[in-house]
Design a protein around this ligand. Structure first.
Ligand SMILES: [Cu+2]
Length: 136
C-alpha cells in the first residue's frame, strides 16, 4: 500500500480524460456528490490528484469523482483564483478538512479503508462544488 504522489502538471492530462465524471448536482445519502454512478474510471487508480478551480464562475473539483486504493493519498491543489477548501461532508465515514486553501496551495489526505466519502468546498458548496472519493 504505497503512497503515490504526482505533481499536478503530470496529472492534468489524465484529469482531462475523465473530466466527464460528474456534472450533475443531485446529492447522495449524506449530501455529497451526486454521481457515484458517474465515476466511470475503469481502472482502480486513475490519479491521486484533484484540482479545485473556479474558472468562468464554475466552481469544480476535477475530477469530481475519484477512485483510489486503500492506503493512497489524494492531493488537492487549488488551481483557481479564489480560496477553496476540501472538507468531508457531514456524516461521511471519514473526516478531513483542508481549511482555507489559497490559490496554489495543496492539501493531502491518506485514505485507509474502503468506503465512499463525499466532500465539498465550504465556500462554494451552494454552487455545487462537491466531490467524491471512492476508496477500493
Ligand atoms: Cu471553493
Amino acid at each position: 500500500m504505497s503512497k503515490k504522489r504526482f505533481v499536478f502538471s503530470v496529472a492534468l492530462a489524465g484529469l482531462l480524460l475523465i473530466a466527464g465524471c460528474g456534472s450533475s448536482s443531485s446529492s447522495n445519502g449524506y449530501g455529497g456528490n451526486n454521481n457515484n454512478t458517474g465515476c466511470t474510471v475503469s481502472t482502480a487508480v486513475a490519479t491521486t490528484s484533484v484540482s479545485a478551480s473556479d474558472a468562468n464562475g464554475h466552481y469544480v473539483f476535477t475530477p469530481s469523482c475519484i477512485k483510489i486504493s486503500s492506503g493512497q493519498t489524494v492531493i488537492w491543489t487549488n488551481t483557481g483564483t479564489m480560496p477553496h477548501t476540501a472538507t468531508s461532508d457531514s456524516g461521511a465515514p471519514v473526516t478531513f478538512d483542508s481549511k482555507n486553501l489559497s490559490p496554489g496551495q495543496t492539501f493531502s489526505f491518506t485514505f485507509t479503508a474502503p468506503e465512499t466519502i463525499g466532500y465539498h468546498c465550504t465556500y462554494h458548496v451552494s454552487f455545487g462544488m462537491k466531490g467524491t472519493v471512492i476508496v477500493q
